[in-house]
Design a protein around this ligand. Structure first.
Ligand SMILES: C[S@@+](CC[C@H](N)C(=O)[O-])C[C@H]1O[C@@H](n2cnc3c(N)ncnc32)[C@H](O)[C@@H]1O
Length: 233
């Protein structure tokens, strides 16, 4: 499991170039994945939303635009430089005024039980030092009937794996290192994706944490996936 201090340092270091590196690495497909995530959230009509590991805020901004029922969105991250980027980027539009960014740890959420109708975590679960603890915290702060949506990299379809892992190991660190000035952080990205459990294993982890109606859907040849689970009523 990743060391939280090292993870925080990585993200502090790459924060200013994080968005640009994302767009280049994924050729913009990450935007489509976040839009899909927001459409799934919108279908559940939540009012109080929590976006964990919010980073530079892209999911929170997408949720504010696309979830019509949203009354408040909290974006939480433990890395202050990423949150600083989110504050700088926050649109002046009325829809974004419902977003509040807050520093905090996904493993010890600073919220009462049953506080949110919907929780999202995008490219964050992989970085948690203790996924079971993180997932049980998410279940605790979710209201009965509320949903968790996890957007995360996963193992792609078999035919693509060789090429994809080559890209992760040899191409991404060079390109993203040039953009962010930190090649090591992107070597970490590759190894953390390769070591991450399969979709079926993540589904089991959600069930073990107490979520029901667990499902998953692969996106773009299963380079990424959206996992979801519900807190039973
Ligand atoms: C790859 S970024 C994802 C950012 C954003 N969700 C996105 O989709 O672009 C992962 C984020 O997880 C945050 N993170 C990792 N572990 C965390 C923890 N235990 N508590 C809060 N944030 C954490 C990092 O600081 C980083 O901003």
């Amino acid at each position: 499991m990743p060391d939280p201090k090292a993870v925080n340092e990585f993200f502090s270091d790459i924060a200013p170039g994080y968005d640009r590196a994302n767009r280049v690495m994924s050729s913009g497909v990450d935007v489509l994945w976040r839009n899909y995530l927001a459409r799934r959230v919108n279908a559940t009509q939540p009012k109080q939303l929590l976006d964990l590991a919010t980073g530079s805020g892209d999911v929170a901004f997408t949720l504010a635009k696309k979830v019509r029922s949203a009354e408040s969105i909290v974006g939480l991250d433990f890395c202050q430089p990423m949150l600083d980027m989110a504050e700088i980027k926050k649109p002046k539009k009325k829809s974004a005024s419902i977003i509040q960014f807050r520093q905090g740890d996904c493993l010890d959420l600073p919220f009462e039980d049953d506080s949110f109708d919907s929780i999202t975590i995008s490219f964050g679960l992989r970085n948690l030092a203790d996924r079971h603890k993180g997932l049980t915290e998410m279940l605790r702060v979710l209201r009965s009937g509320g949903s968790l949506f996890v957007l995360e990299f996963t193992q792609p379809d078999k035919w693509l794996r060789g090429l994809y892992y080559f890209y992760l190991k040899h191409v991404i660190p060079t390109i993203s290192g040039a953009i962010t000035g930190n090649e090591n952080a992107y070597e970490y990205l590759g190894s953390s994706i390769e070591q991450f459990p399969t979709k079926a294993e993540v589904a089991k982890e959600l069930e073990n944490a107490g979520f029901t109606s667990v499902s998953h859907k692969g996106l773009t040849f299963s380079i990424a996936a959206v996992h979801s689970g519900v807190k039973a009523g």
